[in-house]
Design a protein around this ligand. Structure first.
Ligand code: ADP
Ligand code: ZN
Ligand code: ZN
Length: 742
């Protein structure tokens, strides 16, 4: 028998399959997915590798094929299915097989596993009592007598108890073990990060809509249909309740489920809701668990101790024996896209894994990504709608304030007249307020404060960003122009970079409302562990009247006493330098609006903007996803952006700028040749958002094509070209398909 082995060497260029002979003693035991030790190279160095396949034939000269030395005993064997998934990820997203394997096996080494040791009596009662008598008669055998007496009461004792409570030394235990009196046993204990719960799940009566959605899923699933569903449900429509019910169907059939949640929304409350439903069959993964604890969760899942795994992106690779369902909550969140090679998207990868393992997929969001809705409209996913809040609470009333007019009327403050007076009103009623500064992806665009005009790239229809040298640059195609002194639209001199910070807003608010308690939440105030939760719980306990913050504050928290949400500078995210800015803005505004009026009191939302006529803002104010989608997909169609077409970024970086430029020129030329007659276009090279980090220069080339396959083909050709040209050795080249954050 022979094994295909991929060798784990840091030098990624050795990323190919080697064949080894399987020694007889390992036959039967050796399985795809195992880590092995193999001799490698001329010196037969002993190195680690992964078995990707076991076969009966060998493609190489048999006399030259080496033998596998051993199975690496300190590693976790993973399922062959996950290796197949890794192979797909490598193909789909670029990079090496090793990088892909490392992604699907996030924890390879056993991290200081916890061992539980026990002492077991091997003698029968009669023999034991005889021996005890013997010990008791002797002077220096007291400890032995103590241990034996205890074992006669209870033939299995915890090792700790023996050494601590009975005060029996290790030497004595070992001596008795050698004499065959007792045996030492050890068992690995897997830590459980989920604490006990009361398991009291208040019975709920599903609404008509919820019943319909659950029913559709159940019916399909029962008939053996495994689909991808998109649950489009407004905030508070009971999506989580619906997921739990769907999961129940699956676990009821002896299968397991993975629930992906953005890390920031993976709160104690969410976990508890799942625990009340599934008890201790739930486990979680998050970045706060130690490597050892995470490893333990993987092992518990693999052993069948867990039915439901909740976690962020990486939980997608939980090695369940019989995966039945993958749920992705808030599927539109950009954190589902990995920023390390392979730059996979959890949504697509989940759909692939589910297809390979016969599982279903449920995507959920109040503001679905363009990708998911586009696929649903094309019939690839099944769309399920929840249009009402479960308790029939009303959605908040939303209004927009035109900041250009505020300026004309002489108000230069960051707070509009309307927002200020509503804040006064809420404060006098002892209700709470959230002020949300929309800073996501802030990239220094230039806009006119009088007419709201924003300077954009004439070719790519994204806003230009100001670089340190004062020039304005397009991050897609590299188009550059000088910063104008006057607005090209209205001639005003009030044109410049848009700037505002949470600290600044906090100061203004404190000055304007000296009696109010103000909390601030942003990158600065949440640097410490737990500070995020502390701020949120202080606000939930009504220790402050106003919470000022970045997008962190709009994620999935319920504050029943918040009746006013102010969105400051809604435009900031609108004019980031990428084609998803409209989508991001709509999602953030819709989420922010969802924060107001979660309790019994009705909520109100004020959106301050310089572009009240932009479709993303209008649609968010009307809380109308359909209107937004129609406009946005038209823009994507017109410009050939995803999801209508596909975009591949080739990210090139290195310490030598001149070399980088030459490299990019060659890559571009080669890409132009590799695209053939596919209709793909090659754009750039350009400098990405931050073009130099710690003396490493960065460039990006975009390749846009109607078909994803075309991009894979171009990527494969480029990877070969890079491999055989040593000129690229001093650069890092990564591929990013349909990128999210550049
Ligand atoms: P979403 O995930 O869509 O925001 P949730 O599942 O968190 O919605 O539901 C919001 C709140 O409404 C939760 O407290 C949930 O328990 C409750 N809820 C949902 N559906 C019902 C129902 N049919 N009856 C009673 N309460 C419900
Ligand atoms: Zn202007
Ligand atoms: Zn451009």
């Amino acid at each position: 028998m022979f094994a295909d082995v991929i060798v784990d060497i840091q030098h990624e260029k050795l990323d190919k399959i080697f064949q080894y002979r399987i020694p007889e003693r390992l036959e039967g035991e050796l399985k795809p997915g195992m880590e092995v030790l193999v001799p490698f190279g001329n010196g037969n160095r002993r190195i680690k590798g992964y078995v990707t396949a076991v076969r009966e034939t060998c493609q190489y000269d048999l006399s030259k094929v080496k033998e596998i030395e051993d199975i690496s005993r300190d590693s976790v064997a993973i399922e062959a299915k996950l290796i197949a998934l890794a192979a797909w990820m490598k193909e789909q997203y670029g990079g090496t097989m090793i990088q892909a394997l490392k992604t699907v096996l996030p924890i390879r080494q056993k991290e200081n596993a916890r061992i539980r040791r026990r002492v077991r009596l091997l003698l029968d009662r009669e023999e034991g009592e005889k021996l005890l008598e013997f010990y008791l008669k002797r002077k220096n055998q007291k400890a032995r007598a103590r241990l034996l007496a205890a074992l006669l009461d209870d033939p299995v004792l915890e090792y700790e108890l023996v050494t601590r409570k009975l005060n029996v030394s290790r030497t004595i235990i070992r001596a008795l073990e050698e004499q065959g009196v007792l045996a030492l046993e050890s068992e690995q204990v897997y830590r459980n990060p989920v604490k006990e719960t009361d398991r009291q799940r208040p019975p709920i009566t599903f609404t008509e809509e919820q019943r319909h959605v659950i029913g559709r899923f159940r019916q399909d699933y029962g008939q053996g249909l495994r689909k991808t569903y998109l649950v489009h449900g407004v905030t508070g429509s009971g999506k989580t309740e619906v997921y739990m019910e769907m999961i129940r169907t699956v676990t009821g059939m002896g299968k397991q489920a993975i629930v992906l949640i953005p890390e920031i929304a993976l709160t104690y409350q969410t976990v508890m809701r799942f625990c009340r439903c599934f008890g201790d069959r739930v486990s979680i993964m998050n970045s706060r668990l130690s490597a050892g604890e995470r490893y333990d969760q993987m092992m518990r899942a693999k052993k069948g101790d867990v039915d439901v795994m909740i976690g962020p992106r990486s939980a997608l690779f939980t090695p369940f024996p019989d995966l039945g369902l993958i749920v992705i909550d808030e599927e539109h969140e950009p954190t589902y896209k990995s920023e390390q090679t392979p730059r996979y998207h959890a949504r697509e990868t989940a759909v692939k894994r589910a297809q390979m393992e016969g599982a279903g997929v449920v995507l959920g969001s109040a503001t679905p990504s363009l990708e998911a809705m586009y696929r649903a409209r094309q019939g690839e996913y099944e769309l399920l709608e929840l249009r009402n809040r479960s308790g029939n609470q009303k959605l908040a009333r939303v209004s927009t304030v035109d900041m250009r007019r505020e300026m004309k009327e002489g108000n230069r403050s960051i707070l509009s007249g309307k927002l200020t007076s509503l804040m006064e009103e809420r404060l006098s009623r002892k209700e709470q307020i959230m002020l949300f500064l929309n800073r996501r992806g802030y990239s220094g665009f230039v806009s006119c404060r009088e007419c709201g005009h924003v300077i954009r790239c004439p070719h790519c229809s994204v806003s230009l960003s100001v670089h340190r040298d004062g020039k304005m640059v397009c991050h897609y195609c590299g188009y550059t122009q000088n910063k104008p002194a006057k607005c090209p639209e209205c001639g005003s001199r009030h044109i410049g970079e848009f700037r505002a910070g949470t600290q600044q807003i906090e100061d203004i608010v404190k000055e304007r409302f000296p009696e109010a308690g103000v909390l601030r939440m942003d990158m600065d105030t949440t640097r410490h562990k737990d500070s995020y939760e502390k701020i949120l719980s202080a606000f939930a306990n009504e220790e402050a009247d106003i919470l000022v913050g970045t997008q962190m504050i709009v994620k999935g928290h319920d504050f029943p006493n918040v009746t006013l949400v102010g969105v400051l500078a809604a435009d900031m995210s609108l004019y980031t330098d990428d084609y998803r800015s409209g989508e991001r803005t709509f999602q953030l505004l819709a989420q922010a609006a969802g924060r107001a009026g979660r309790g019994d009191k009705p909520g109100e939302v004020v959106i301050q903007t310089y572009s009240p006529d932009h479709y993303a803002i209008k649609a968010a104010a009307a809380q109308d996803y359909e209107i937004f989608y129609e406009e946005e997909i038209r823009y994507r169609e017109m410009m050939g952006y995803p999801p209508v077409e596909n975009l591949m970024a080739v990210l090139v970086s290195g310490p030598d700028e001149a070399l980088l430029e030459t490299g990019c020129r060659y890559l571009k030329e080669y890409a132009l040749r590799a695209r053939g007659h596919s209709g793909a276009s090659v754009i750039g090279p350009a400098s990405p958002g931050v073009d130099k980090v710690k003396d490493i220069y960065r460039r990006v080339i975009y390749i846009k094509a109607p078909g994803y396959d075309t991009l894979i083909r171009v990527k494969d050709r480029l990877e070969q070209y890079i491999e055989i040209n040593s000129g690229f050795d001093k650069m890092w080249i990564q591929f990013d398909f349909n990128p999210m954050n550049i």
